[in-house]
Design a protein around this ligand. Structure first.
Ligand SMILES: C[C@](O)(C(=O)O)[C@H](CC(=O)O)C(=O)O
Ligand SMILES: [Mg+2]
Length: 297
């Protein structure tokens, strides 16, 4: 009832332990706190909190318009609704290295299990679009050093994302990944890999966990969990997927009202009231106060 019973410290320790098994962890993007409950209910290993989704949710493009305060507030709302560890997208860290340090502490306070900081210049953009620019190695390294030195819980996972592949190729991505690991990154997010062999090359070059971003309509093919596990990937995210699915269904529903004058034909596609209440754990509220759940669905 009300929120997760697992503490943030336990979730971070759990994420570390899960990564240590070497198994591929699957983290769908929770587009709201309720969807985090669904992700947990379906047996996934964690939730991803996407910057693209937080922006889109506000009706904004993913070009660095959201603030640390907004991202932390959403990360907290989502994280507290699940016992699973959450991994949040901290974009470029919201400023200079000192801002990165403050970002890490703020997101740590929000209860996330991990976060990633990327090496794009500000204003950033989606990693799967053309026209990106990245900062030099020195700046990228400073961001990660600042992030690592700022955390208070040593289990908070600091992941470094590099966007350099799209600009300078896979060789540069591997070099940068190594530098970021040397700077203290606990894991690497190589963005916009062209194919599986590139994921494999990054995997071979470093010995910390590697994340694969299976975002749709992007630069990477949508590999299966089997394919990713076979090349040694440790975390796969589906960052915007649930939002895309939900918005696709919403569009079709609105078209149906326009075309048919009713949503009756769409009811079979909908989550039922009973299932929603199950996810909300409505019954526990009734156990707390028996006047709450005195009806049938
Ligand atoms: C992972 C990502 O950073 C995100 O914000 O979810 C995006 C996803 C997307 O826009 O498809 C990304 O830059 O890849
Ligand atoms: Mg992002």
């Amino acid at each position: 009832m009300l929120y997760a019973t697992t503490t943030a410290a336990e979730k971070r320790a759990n994420l570390r332990a899960a990564l240590a098994t070497g198994e591929l962890l699957r983290l769908p993007g929770a587009f709201n706190p309720l969807s985090a409950r669904l992700i947990q209910d379906k047996g996934f290993d964690g939730v991803y909190i996407s910057g693209a989704v937080i922006s889109a949710d506000l009706g904004l493009p993913d070009i660095g318009l959201t603030t640390l305060t907004e991202v932390a507030a959403r990360a907290q709302q989502i994280s507290r609704m699940t016992d699973l560890p959450s991994l949040v997208d901290a974009d470029t860290g919201f400023g200079e290295p000192m801002n990165v340090a403050r970002t890490v502490q703020t997101l740590e306070d929000a209860g996330v299990a991990g976060l990633h900081i990327e090496d794009q210049v500000n204003p950033k953009r989606c990693g799967h679009l053309d026209g990106k620019a990245v900062v030099d190695s020195d700046t990228a390294i400073k961001r990660i050093r600042a992030a690592v030195s700022a955390r208070r819980d040593p289990n908070l996972l600091i992941m470094a994302r590099t966007d350099i592949r799209a600009l300078d190729g896979i060789g540069a991505a591997i070099d940068r990944a190594k530098q970021l690991v040397d700077a203290g990154a606990d894991a690497i997010f190589p963005e916009a890999m062209a194919d599986l062999t590139e994921f494999e090359a990054v995997r071979r070059a470093i010995d910390v966990p590697v994340l694969a971003n299976m975002t749709e309509f992007g630069k990477s093919e949508l590999f299966t969990t089997r394919q990713l596990a076979d090349v040694g990937i440790n975390i796969v995210i589906y960052p915007v997927s649930l939002l895309r699915l939900a918005m696709g269904a919403a569009e079709r529903g609105l078209d149906t009202i326009n075309a048919e004058g009713s949503l009756a034909s769409r009811v079979p596609d909908m989550q039922t009231r009973a299932r929603l209440y199950e996810l909300l754990d409505y019954e526990s509220y009734n156990a707390f106060d028996s006047s709450v759940f005195n009806f049938t669905v």
